[in-house]
Ligand binder design. Structure first.
Ligand code: NAP
Length: 341
């Protein structure tokens, strides 16, 4: 079996590549060239996995490039993970977010339709589509009410893939995935910002962690569990859409407390709004910063993943506390090797 992965240099690409390698796939990945020729999370893969991946350098916004790779490789499975995936950045740069997430997705849909219509295709949709959700928990039938440019771009993406699936009888499955994190999550995402900040404090830093909305409610799982669900979606007899999540929600505040607990620090909260701080023994370890507040928050996320549980037999294996532990322990170990920045 041959798989093509866009966004292979991101978080999910890291875990999906290892899963595909364990299942003996021929793996092709698309990476955007940059001046340092950095390969993102691929650089962290074990040599024996990385060496097996054939990298194609290019941008998914380039329709000619996308079509020529898909025409040449005709993959059995295509995992379309590439996206500008950071909500905060999407408010600052909505156009480039639309470019990659809508234009790039359209290029892939067109290429599959035109040159490789037997390819099974996974599209990475998101719980951000629910925005300010009409119901809790959210499932495949919950209305989409996006509240940020990232979510709007994914709304266009999922409607494009659904339309192509119906119009051209393509095998396209959409994963509506709730937040999933890991030790290779981008450092700008709140979960990783917390785990890195806590690890630095453990290693002796005096800098408090600066965060935005401490009361944002998320459903957080572990990326490794979720890429297995993506793969399962493409092993079904028919294409479909599935919600993957944990069914548990936690606030950013819960994440912070759990992360500090890993280094035996019990936090106390004082003040409110922009003046709220997390302290321990008189020392300020967490501060709220206006810089990280969003113009509009998406809220109250909790997944109802009963369809995936029933049809895919998928369930998350890693709970919230285990996830936090993995992330904090990894950052402490990494800083131990690298020293404090
Ligand atoms: P990620 O770490 O941000 O990875 C995204 C990847 O896409 C990066 O390798 C990035 O490459 C690449 N990319 C972006 N624009 C591109 C372009 N124009 N051409 C080629 N490559 C491009 O994201 P992730 O956490 O692995 O998530 C994977 C997918 O799932 C994304 O589509 C995301 O929106 C979606 N999703 C994620 C979550 C989550 O909680 N992680 C939840 C729901 C949905 P560069 O390094 O060059 O930028």
């Amino acid at each position: 079996m041959k798989a093509l992965v866009t966004g292979i240099s991101g978080q999910d690409g890291y875990f999906l590549t290892q899963l595909l390698k364990s299942r003996k796939y021929e793996i092709h990945g698309i990476i955007r060239r940059n001046s340092s020729m950095g390969t993102g999370t691929m650089a962290l893969l074990p040599d024996e996995v990385r060496d097996e991946v054939e990298i194609h350098y290019g941008d998914i916004n380039d329709a000619h490039f996308v079509t020529s790779i898909i025409a040449r490789e005709k993959p059995d499975e295509l995992y379309h993970l590439a996206a500008q995936s950071f909500v905060g950045y999407s408010f600052q740069n909505p156009f480039s977010t639309y470019d990659s997430n809508i234009g790039g997705t359209l290029n892939i849909c067109n290429a599959v339709k035109d040159v490789s219509s037997d390819t099974r295709f996974y599209f990475a949709a998101t719980s951000e589509l629910f925005g300010h959700p009409a119901q809790t928990p959210q499932n495949e039938n919950t209305p989409f009410l996006p509240r940020n440019p990232y979510a709007i771009s994914k709304l266009a993406g999922i409607w494009t893939t659904r339309t192509y699936r119906d119009a051209y009888k393509l095998f396209i499955s959409n994963g509506i995935l709730f937040n999933h994190e890991s030790e290779v999550r981008g450092p700008e995402f709140v979960s990783r910002k917390i785990s890195i900040g806590v690890a630095k404090i453990y290693r002796g830093s005096n800098n408090p962690i600066l965060l935005g909305n401490l009361n944002a409610v998320k459903d957080w799982g572990y990326s490794k569990d979720y890429v297995y669900g993506m793969w399962q979606m493409l092993q079904q007899d028919t294409p479909d859409d599935f919600v993957l999540g944990t069914g548990e929600s936690h606030t950013v505040r819960d994440f912070v407390e759990a992360a500090f607990k890993e280094i035996d620090i019990g936090l106390e909260w004082k003040g409110s709004g922009l003046n709220e701080v997390g302290i321990c023994n008189g020392r300020t370890l967490v501060k709220v910063s206006k810089e990280f507040l969003r113009p509009l928050e998406s809220e109250n996320y909790r997944a109802d993943y009963s369809k995936a549980k029933k049809k895919l037999k998928w369930e998350p294996k890693t709970n919230f506390q285990q996830l936090v532990k993995i992330m904090v322990r990894n950052d402490i170990a990494r800083l131990g090797k690298a020293g404090l920045e």
